[in-house]
Design a protein around this ligand. Structure first.
Ligand code: FE2
Ligand code: FE2
Length: 129
């Protein structure tokens, strides 16, 4: 696998992993406030991000690269309100979308159309988010 592509995909693995971690922290906070419906939504969202991470890990390894399992920073643990959680979630998703767009840019620069094609799934996913 092209080293530049491997590097941006490993960066994306870290983004998906830290998203999963952040949403898990949000789910836990919300659950501790007795908001079980929202907690369920956030736990599911955290699982989805973990799935996004796993899909990237498998792609990198199966194409002859080496997926890096990243160390994760402490996620934010306290939140002011449900509204602040959803604002934070939206701004985080915008950052993830920018990061995916960067992967796409590198794919085009490196003429890696296979990874470009693979990444289209993430482009559609971010549209949904
Ligand atoms: Fe994701
Ligand atoms: Fe997401």
């Amino acid at each position: 696998m092209n080293k530049k592509i491997e590097k941006v995909l490993n960066n994306q693995i870290e983004k998906e992993a830290s998203s999963s971690h952040l949403y898990l922290s949000m789910a836990s906070w919300v659950e501790s406030k007795g908001l079980n419906g929202t907690a369920k939504f956030l736990y599911t969202h955290s699982d989805e991000e973990r799935f996004h991470m796993l899909k990237l890990i498998k792609f990198v390894n199966e194409r002859g690269g080496r997926a890096d399992i990243p160390a994760l920073k402490n996620p934010q643990k306290k939140f002011n309100s449900l509204e602040s959680i959803f604002k934070k979630l939206l701004s985080h998703e915008i950052l993830v979308t920018e990061s995916i767009n960067n992967v796409i840019d590198v794919c085009l620069q490196e003429k890696d159309y296979t990874t470009h094609n693979f990444m289209q799934w993430y482009v559609s996913e971010q549209l949904e988010e």
